[in-house]
Write a new protein. Structure first.
Length: 280
């Protein structure tokens, strides 16, 4: 059993949990993820390791509640336990000194990009970060990103904080100015697609972290397969990071939507059962 040591709510839908998992904390690297199960009946869900503390033996996850399991997890807090917490999974980010790196995080994607930006900075790179969200209430970890960046740009779609534009606007300006060795873009599939399209024009290497649906997380079931450079890849064992210029984002987005009716049915049943329990 894995104990939840802390929970912070950032909004009605986004929350952070700190989990006691010493073996995962000892071995994990930026870019990796875990798969957890709340209880023995539970679905396995993949979540990125947003931070880790090797001395304390803890892992931090930041979660957006969008379906049954992420809503159920949202109800758990300090002192509660998770049945399974497996990791670290996936190929770690390659952290090298390459020069100037842009780290663009959109919405919940800011949390996964944070340990990568920190490691890139520690490796001696100049890190320019773009933290983007639909509005200021959805902006995440601006302070943490500022700490690990040489420069921080904030954008919101509605202009409620920072620049009133999409993440691709400052990204394009930075590429145009030149001297960008590498771009990391992590966030919703659509955001990663358009960031990759923006940088392709300038030939700037761009890495994205794909969030396909997963089941086993070991390369056996094929649920997470995606197409990269015309080849089939498994996000759980070949990724989650891939060259954004080679990813077939349209296929990724279509595959993410393939179980929508079942996911809706599962969430509705869960919400009804929790409402009934409240009345009883
Ligand atoms: C490697 C990896 C790392 C991830 N890291 C994080 C993270 O750090 N924080 C976080 O909040 N989420 C992360 N995700 C996504 C997270 O796993 C899903 O949101 C979660 O499994 C949804 O479970 P659910 O039962 O609550 O919702 P479901 O009922 O399974 O799905 C509800 C809705 O979300 C969509 N959805 C389901 N799975 C995904 C997915 N993988 N990506 C995008 N949309 C999805 C469905 O199409 C549906 O619209 C990650 C996914 C992967 C593959
Ligand atoms: S989740 Fe089953 S192969 Fe990747």
């Amino acid at each position: 059993m894995y104990k939840i040591l802390d929970r912070v709510d950032y909004s009605d839908d986004v929350y952070m949990q700190v989990i006691e998992a010493p073996a995962v904390a000892a071995a994990c690297k930026p870019g990796q993820f875990i798969i957890l199960r709340i209880d023995e009946e539970g679905e396995r869900i993949p979540l990125t390791i947003a931070d880790f503390d090797r001395a304390a033996g803890t892992i931090t996850i930041v979660v957006q509640a969008i379906g049954k399991t992420t809503r159920q997890l949202q109800k758990l807090g300090k002192g509660d336990f998770l049945a399974n917490f497996i990791g670290p999974l996936g190929v770690p980010s390659v952290i090298e000194k390459v020069g100037t790196v842009v780290c663009a995080g959109g919405g919940i994607g800011v949390a996964p990009i944070y340990p990568i930006a920190r490691a890139l900075k520690e490796a001696g790179n100049k890190v320019i970060s773009i933290v983007a969200a639909r509005n200021q209430n959805l902006l995440l970890w601006e302070d943490r990103m500022r700490e690990v960046s040489d420069e921080l740009i904030v954008t919101t779609d509605d202009g409620s904080r920072g620049r009133h534009c999409l993440v691709t606007e400052p990204l394009k300006e930075l590429c145009e100015a030149g001297d960008i060795a590498l771009v990391y873009a992590i966030g919703p599939g659509v955001m990663m697609k358009f960031c990759s399209r923006t940088t392709l024009e300038y030939g700037v290497k761009t890495l994205v972290s794909l969030n396909s649906i997963m089941v086993d997380g070991t390369g056996m079931c094929g649920a997470c397969r995606c197409s990269v450079g015309g080849e089939t890849k498994f996000v759980c064992v070949d990724g989650p990071e891939f060259d954004g210029h080679q990813v077939d984002f349209d296929q990724l987005l279509a595959r993410q939507r393939q179980y929508l009716p079942q996911e809706k049915e599962s969430l509705d049943a869960y919400l009804v059962s929790t409402a009934v329990n409240k009345v009883a």
